[in-house]
Design a protein around this ligand. Sequence first.
Ligand code: ZN
Length: 107
Amino acid sequence: MEEGLIKKLLASIKCSVCGRRYEAGNVSILGHRQDTWYLRAQCPACHAHSLVTAVVKEDSLPKLVTDLTEREPRKFKDAVVTADDVLDMHNALKDFGGDLTELLNES
Ligand SMILES: [Zn+2]
């Protein structure tokens, strides 16, 4: 699946803090493993950063995976994700050989 399409699909999803839709230009793809894509998005309205895991199948709409509760997006609204954080995530995913369950259990 093309990265441009992944960004467009994510643009159909709303910010969990303010409800504004993401825009393709505010979405960065960190990497993917099979159907699971790891993305970083910044809301164009409230500028909240989100790390998004999307399971994308060719024949269906993307399904977001998150372990945040309904209140947590507001709690983390002002948390700063630096370029180094994104680079660390990119490097960790690049060399990671397991699946999402293993990834979450490691941290
Ligand atoms: Zn927002």
